[in-house]
Design a protein around this ligand. Structure first.
Ligand SMILES: [Zn+2]
Ligand SMILES: [Zn+2]
Length: 401
């Protein structure tokens, strides 16, 4: 019995196996060199520079960057066995590393850090599925050394002072949790990349391009509001609006063949068409946060038709739209084409609490909306709001009796 308890206690405490340490700098003296490809990508050059600069700020020691010489490899002055080789480069990715990364995901910003002691010389290999992934691997390594960039500029940068820098022996694979990672106000590109932000940029989705249209000459293309045609929105049930939107979408993709999507949606603001044909597209689903009928069904119907119309030439292109205002609730009667990509913009909902906060009904509601869309479509984005004056404005408007 006693031995059982000893065993249990041992298991609970756990054996802390210290990872072997790999020297980068020792007492202010370089114990490593950075090896980069013969023709490094600008992101790989940046990665090497960032590593050297930060290590120098930490330890006062500037480690050497050695460029590969085609056919000869890296010519290092010191005995290779005594120093750690830090390989930085996507081209240096081994099959084993690539397999390890791809077993978790294919995002080009993914990377692996392989760091090991070896009798033929210690090495740290940092390779991404793209040069950007490699750069992010170097930022991970710097964070392991204690570096932090809490906000842009020197005031937000923490670089610990240490004469000896080591890292743990490791096989680290990281893939981004989100394909698109962007902050609207973050203009400092250096900091942006250190935060590993990037990925696809969601298109702007206010408005539907139908080319030139004059409300005086062709009023029926525009929304009927209170008995009068207005430019606030388009009359999406009008077949001419659809035909012109298809022409414009095709033109857009001919001009932008690499664009995965085109942005499309109502104009920002209200003034939706009240004609009988447009109204017939709605499902009558009331949006309690917007105090009006949800417009989602009529626009999803329209996007489906546009995608159908461009399919002969662009079968794989997608439509991005803002899941926003009174078109945030999922459609009720129309099944969306899987090529529709919504980006949530929950302007009317609480932005103080977390998604799983049990005391926030709005966030719980938002979560349900997101989950419902997630069941309908393979790809969804969030274009969230930070705290701002708009928060106070939108909330005070809604809560005014
Ligand atoms: Zn209409
Ligand atoms: Zn809340």
């Amino acid at each position: 019995m006693r031995s059982f308890f000893i065993l249990a206690a041992t298991l609970l405490c756990g054996f802390v196996i210290e990872a072997k340490q790999i020297a980068v700098v020792e007492n202010g003296i370089a114990k490593s060199a950075i090896l980069i490809p013969a023709q490094p990508h600008p992101d790989e050059q940046l990665a090497a520079r960032e590593l050297v600069d930060h290590i120098e700020k930490m330890s006062g020691c500037r480690i050497e960057i050695v460029q590969e010489v085609p056919g000869k490899g890296w010519e290092i002055a010191q005995d290779r066995k005594k120093i750690t080789s830090i390989y930085i480069g996507t081209s240096g990715i081994t099959q084993e590393m690539e397999k390890a990364i791809r077993s978790q995901g294919d995002d080009p910003a993914s990377f692996m850090i392989k760091a090991h002691t070896s009798s033929s010389g210690n090495y740290i290999r940092i390779s991404g599925l793209s040069p950007e992934g490699t750069l992010f691997g170097v930022y991970e390594l710097l964070e392991q050394m204690g570096v932090r960039w809490y906000m842009p500029g020197d005031i937000g940068t923490v670089i610990p002072e240490k004469k000896t820098i080591t890292i743990d022996e490791q096989n680290t694979v990281q893939i981004p949790s989100f394909a698109a990672r962007h902050l609207q106000m973050a203009v400092d590109r250096t900091w942006y990349r250190r935060m590993r932000l990037g990925g696809p940029v969601f298109p702007s989705c206010h408005g539907i391009d139908i080319g030139k249209a004059d409300i005086e000459k062709e009023p029926e293309l525009f929304a009927l509001v209170d008995g009068k045609r207005q430019k606030s929105q388009l009359c999406v049930s009008n077949p001419e609006v659809l035909a012109r939107a298809i022409i414009q979408a095709k033109n857009y993709f001919r001009k932008n063949p690499s664009a995965p999507w085109i942005g499309m949606g109502p104009n920002d603001g209200a003034g939706f068409c009240e004609c009988p044909n447009c109204r017939a597209l709605d499902a009558g689903d009331f949006d309690i946060f917007e105090h009006r009928i949800s417009m989602t069904d009529r626009y999803i119907w329209f996007f489906n038709k546009v995608l159908e119309g461009i399919s002969d030439e662009f079968p794989d292109k997608k439509i991005g739209f803002y899941c926003y205002s009174c078109y945030m609730k999922p459609p009720v009667k129309v099944k969306p084409d899987p090529r529709i990509v919504p980006a949530f913009a929950p302007i009317s909902l609480c932005r103080i609490h977390g998604m799983s906060n049990p005391v926030c009904p709005e966030r719980s509601y938002y979560r349900k909306i997101m989950e419902a869309w997630g069941k309908l479509l393979p790809e969804i984005y969030e274009r969230g709001y930070l705290l701002s004056l708009l928060t106070l404005a939108s909330h005070s408007v809604r809560f005014t009796p």
